[in-house]
Design a protein around this ligand. Structure first.
Ligand code: S3P
Length: 422
């Protein structure tokens, strides 16, 4: 078996990329975005914003010379065509909030997967703010109508950064203050960017308050740190392949996103932040990962939001860790691009792992050797990448039913992996 060696950088964080595009659309002048995510989810947000009259020059996305994507702020217009959010829950939910706040009329749709994901989590509070909308029983397609919004106090029933961000973006165009009380902290990129751009926002132990914008935001320049959710697959590969060592460069180091790396340390992994520095409103850094033995870990509801997208790859690692890994409070995973609890458990069982599926999580007994099998990705990019990494330590080949779905977040995934395999 080869080893994982070398250094890697990653396309910009997907969550920050969506937010950078949307907030730039609310700015006075032209904003420059460097290292925008190359995933097709970001293309969905770009296309939707363009349909609302926003000028975006993304000819240079992922440009080797580092030329920025340029976004010229508003004015917005009612889109004449449907807004196709593709596979992207973040595009659908955040844009719904933002466009509602701008008083626009728009029709949203999405692909097969997105059309099965719950939208009432954003529609309910947006309706409380005054949005007039129609949906197919709480699912896409959804029409929103020109509405005037007012601020509300809201306690989301589930921990969701998408819901929080949708409401904050709506609140920018509402009358009066909006306050959101988070049950468990979720990724805070929207808040950090709004603060950096001078919006009237306050964050205090789970309570976030925002006043509407008086004018427009000032345009900005941003260099988006590498996506830690993409880096996680390479960290995992390096940990389980003996003799490996890799340096993951310029990886976003925001504590609301670093849960995976925190749990790796608890599992006894050799991981080291070589240095960290501030990049605008966020922290970023270089991470060194060295192969070594792992032990099991227990994770509950309060830690889930900080590693929600990394649970598929964490499950793969748990099959190689000594002891019983218990994941609880992860019911939100059933509502992602696919039912990820099912996808993780059914596929790991096929590979010969000892895994038990629960309503809100799973239990894995490790370590077990893995064998090859056909993998059902359900078109889910994170399952496809997690099982590709699992395949590196399987005794026979792993065959994905769909490998192109990695393009949703990381089109360069397979070539990057090839590039560090020695
Ligand atoms: C995201 C938030 C998370 C995450 C998703 C991106 C975001 O979803 O799973 O990949 O950019 O706000 P929830 O907030 O719905 O948990």
């Amino acid at each position: 078996m080869g080893m994982i060696r070398g250094e890697l950088t990653f396309p910009g964080d997907k969550s920050i990329s969506h937010r950078a595009l949307m907030l730039a659309a609310l700015c006075r002048g032209t904003s420059d975005i460097r290292n925008l995510s190359t995933g097709s989810d970001i293309q969905s947000t770009t296309d939707c914003l363009k349909a609302c009259g926003i000028y975006i020059n993304n000819a240079y996305a992922a440009d080797a010379a580092g030329r920025p994507v340029m976004v010229r702020g508003g004015p917005f217009q009612n889109p004449k065509t449907e807004l196709n959010c593709g596979n992207s829950g973040t595009s659908a939910r955040l844009l719904m909030g933002m466009l509602a706040g701008q008083g626009l009329k728009a029709a949203f749709r999405g692909d097969f997967s997105l059309s099965r994901r719950p939208m009432n989590r954003v529609l309910d509070p947006l309706r409380q703010m005054g949005l007039k909308a129609e949906s197919k029983n709480g699912y896409l397609p959804i029409n929103i109508y020109n509405s005037t919004l007012k601020g509300i106090n809201y306690r989301p029933p589930a921990a969701s950064a998408q819901v929080k961000s949708a409401l904050l973006l709506a609140a920018l165009g509402a009358r009066g203050k909006t306050t959101i009380l988070e049950p468990v902290p979720t990724r805070n990129h929207t808040e950090l960017m709004l603060k950096e751009l001078g919006a009237e926002i306050q964050m205090d132990r789970g309570e976030i308050s925002l006043l509407p914008l008086e004018g427009k935001l000032a345009d900005f320049e941003i260099n988006i740190p590498g996506d830690p959710s993409s880096a996680a697959f390479f960290a995992a590969a390096a940990l389980i392949i003996p003799g490996s060592e890799i340096i993951l460069k310029n990886v976003l180091a925001n504590p609301t996103r670093s849960g995976f790396f925190v749990q790796l340390e608890k599992m006894g992994a050799k991981i080291e932040w070589l240095d960290k520095w501030q990049a605008g409103a966020e922290w970023t850094g270089n991470l060194k990962i060295t192969a070594g033995a792992l032990r099991s870990v227990q994770i509950d509801k309060n830690q889930i939001p900080q590693l929600i997208d990394e649970l598929p790859i964490l499950a793969v690692l748990a099959t190689q860790a000594q002891g019983t890994t218990i994941i609880k409070g992860a019911e939100e995973l059933r509502l992602k691009e696919s039912d990820r609890l099912r996808g993780i458990c059914s596929n790991l069982a096929r590979l010969g792992a000892e895994i038990e599926e629960h309503e809100n999580g799973f239990i894995i007994q490790g370590p077990t050797p893995l064998k090859g099998a056909a993998i059902e990705t359900f078109g889910d990019h994170r399952l496809a990448m997690a099982f590709t990494v699992a395949g590196l330590i399987c005794s026979e080949p792993v065959k994905l039913d769909n490998s192109s779905c990695v393009d949703i977040s990381y089109p360069g995934f397979f070539s990057a992996l090839k590039g560090v395999m020695n």
